[in-house]
Write a protein that binds this ligand. Structure first.
Ligand code: ADP
Ligand code: MG
Length: 243
């Protein structure tokens, strides 16, 4: 398997996720509006009419896809950094993608252990969702999605593997570059950029291993915070005081 450690620094171009969204969504909305406006012309052929409607729908789908890549878990109130149990967050995301997995005949195998990282819940979930969605989309004719969590020294390892189409060396290198997609109009090329941004902000790293027609393995390493099993000194003291 080819291995590439991709630096998160190349994502610095986009400073704030939230700030990019209105910009990203406005373009397809403007295009859709333009084509709907064209439909008002009375002399249009049936063929042209159909074509304009199709383009408008494609653009609306694109706006929706961009929102999915950024804001699936967004809440009205801003979130703060807290201790997150990776297993719980992963289970939530797997529940959400299960219909998509079923549609693609993808079997989901999990091996999850509870462990804590520091971060914002909606960002971690968004990041996991974007990686898992890519894995499932890489297996249009079925396959196996494997999700694995372990503790490696002072880091949490989250590994998401698929048996899908895989990537070439060039594709691996471009991963996370804004607008890089091999999915044509159906791709945004923003999902992995969001992933790199989030993992960077959490002080983590990403490792990609992929082989064409074999599959892809995305490994996330995040700093481990106080394990659920070994209470901190403070927790022990609080327990003592509670007695
Ligand atoms: P999008 O999914 O909208 O294309 P992403 O940023 O999520 O954008 O992914 C960019 C590209 O990286 C994809 O178009 C695809 O070519 C490649 N890619 C990402 N994950 C995988 C995967 N698990 N297997 C194969 N290719 C992948
Ligand atoms: Mg994607």
């Amino acid at each position: 398997l080819r291995k590439r450690i991709i630096r998160a620094e190349k994502m610095e171009v986009v400073s704030h996720l939230a700030a990019s969204i209105s910009h990203e969504v406005r373009n397809p909305l403007t295009t859709a509006r333009g084509f709907i406006q064209l439909l008002e012309q009375s002399h249009l052929s049936q063929e042209k009419r159909k074509q304009y409607i199709r383009i408008a729908i494609e653009e609306l789908d694109r706006a929706e896809a961009i929102i999915t890549d950024y804001l699936t878990f967004a809440k009205p109130a801003p979130e703060s950094v807290e201790n997150l149990n990776v297993k719980t967050e992963m289970e939530r995301v797997i529940d959400i993608v299960r219909p998509l997995a079923n549609m693609n005949s993808v079997e989901v195998q999990t091996s999850l252990i509870p462990c804590n990282v520091k971060g914002e819940r909606q960002k971690l979930q968004q990041c996991l969702l974007n990686i898992i969605k890519n894995a499932i989309e890489a297996m249009p004719n079925g396959g196996t999605l494997e999700v694995y969590i372990s503790i490696e020294k002072d880091q949490v390892l989250i590994r998401i593997s698929d048996t899908g189409v895989g990537m070439t060396k060039e594709q691996i290198e471009r991963l996370g570059e804004p607008y890089f997609t091999t999915k044509g109009r159906r791709g945004t090329g923003l999902g992995m950029m969001v992933v790199y941004r989030i993992i960077e902000s959490m002080g983590g790293t990403i490792q990609i291993a992929s082989e064409v027609n074999k599959g892809t393995q995305v490994s996330l390493y995040l700093p481990l915070t106080q394990s659920l099993h070994t209470p901190s000194v403070e927790q022990k003291r609080d327990a003592f005081v509670a007695l």
